[in-house]
Write a protein that binds this ligand. Structure first.
Ligand code: ZN
Length: 385
């Protein structure tokens, strides 16, 4: 089955009232595992590559400095992997750019094979955000590619996306934003936060989503709302990491109950990254604890050294640079590297499987219309004002 744009999946989520998780992938093994677990649960899938993660997949281990060229190579690598494992899949799969930082990054992702892009103009003044987002929508929709925008500022840290404090999304602005840009989806700020330190007992301001949803319905505008920074940061995984010598502190996620309650308020897409990072990191620490002889392995010994060096970190991208050929192309040269790949795949399946069930997208794959990019481009051209 070819990849589909985001729009038909959002339409199904809205119509049938389920939440659709969107999961970040930064390695070929993560893409493979994410597709397999969605297939297992008969759920459609949204796989996301963050703007700078594309730089990492392009071979930039110092991905914070990734150039447009690095991102182009990485976007193609991740799209190739998703096509390879998703081509014969029975489920619809969307490949979405997370936090595209400018027009060129969105173009690079689309040229690489992404079927949906986010343009994050949330740090710009309202008018400039509209202008930039319109420009991306015009380019993307002409190619059948869906677009997500962002309005309001989320606190927290995630790659280059950083803010010390949040500004909640103004519902009136959100409606105007949908009208003027014709985006398919909008990331709103309503109390979630990027990263693993979201604070204790976060209560989401779901009334913001309700207000936007109601106004959009009155205006006859389709628009899906997206919950970023929505990792649940499972306590058992953090405890296990620390039990294996990790030094993670001040870790709090959004409770699953809060996220579930947000779905009927209009949240259709729920972004999760941190939880996957945590599970993969725990699996790798566990591997080296269980098989100490692997610490001296020629191929993966350096991964162990990085895990030991960075005990307060949990992003696999900090530990995987010694096996970049495996990260970028999925090559597995020996049994030791295969053991790390297994850690990555099991970590993805544990977290993603849990959330597919909790967000309610299991069994919903057949409700999502199969729309090609060409057909979608046709539909967009008819609705453009
Ligand atoms: Zn985000």
């Amino acid at each position: 089955m070819p990849l589909i744009p985001l729009r038909p999946l959002l339409e199904a989520a809205k119509k049938h009232g389920f939440g659709q998780g969107a999961f970040n992938v930064n390695a070929v093994a993560q893409a493979k595992a994410a597709i397999e677990v969605h297939e297992m649960f008969r759920s459609a899938a949204i796989l996301q590559g963050a703007d700078l993660a594309n730089g990492f997949m392009g071979g930039r281990t110092d991905f914070m400095n990734a150039t447009l060229e690095d991102k182009k190579i990485g976007a193609k690598n991740i799209a190739d992997a998703v096509r390879k494992y998703g081509a014969d899949s029975r489920i619809p799969i969307v490949l979405h750019l997370d936090h595209g930082r400018d027009f060129d990054s969105c173009v690079a992702a689309i040229e690489g094979g992404y079927t949906s892009v986010m343009i994050d103009g949330s740090s710009l003044p309202f008018k400039d955000n509209i202008e930039l987002t319109r420009e991306v929508v015009k380019y993307a929709h002409a190619r059948g590619v869906s677009v997500e925008g962002e309005l309001g500022v989320l606190a927290g840290v995630e790659d280059h996306v950083f803010s010390a404090s949040s500004t909640y999304t103004n519902p009136l602005d959100a409606v105007e934003f949908f009208k003027k840009t014709q985006v398919d989806a909008l990331a709103i700020s309503y109390g979630t936060m990027h990263g693993a330190s979201k604070g204790k007992d976060v209560k989401l301001r779901k009334e913001i989503a309700v207000a936007i949803r109601e106004c959009l319905d009155h205006e006859g505008i389709f628009g899906a709302l997206v919950s970023h920074g929505s990792s649940t940061v499972p306590k058992y995984i953090v405890d296990e990491i620390n039990g294996l010598g990790g030094r993670l502190s001040n870790t709090y996620g959004i409770s699953i109950g809060e996220l579930q309650a947000a779905i009927p308020c209009g949240i259709s897409k729920i972004n999760v990254d941190t939880d996957i990072r945590l599970a993969v990191t725990r699996n790798m620490k566990e591997l080296f604890a269980q098989y100490p002889e692997k610490r001296a392995s020629a191929s993966i010994g350096p991964v162990y050294e990085l895990l030991e060096e960075k005990k307060d970190q949990f992003d696999p991208r900090a530990f995987l640079p010694p096996i970049m050929d495996t990260v970028m192309y999925g090559n597995v040269p020996d049994d030791d590297v295969a053991a790390i790949v297994d850690c990555v795949e099991r970590g993805v399946k544990e977290v993603v499987g849990t959330l597919i069930v909790q967000f309610g997208s299991f069994g919903k794959a057949s409700l999502v219309e199969q729309v090609t990019l060409e057909e979608m481009a046709q539909r967009y051209s008819k609705t453009r004002s």
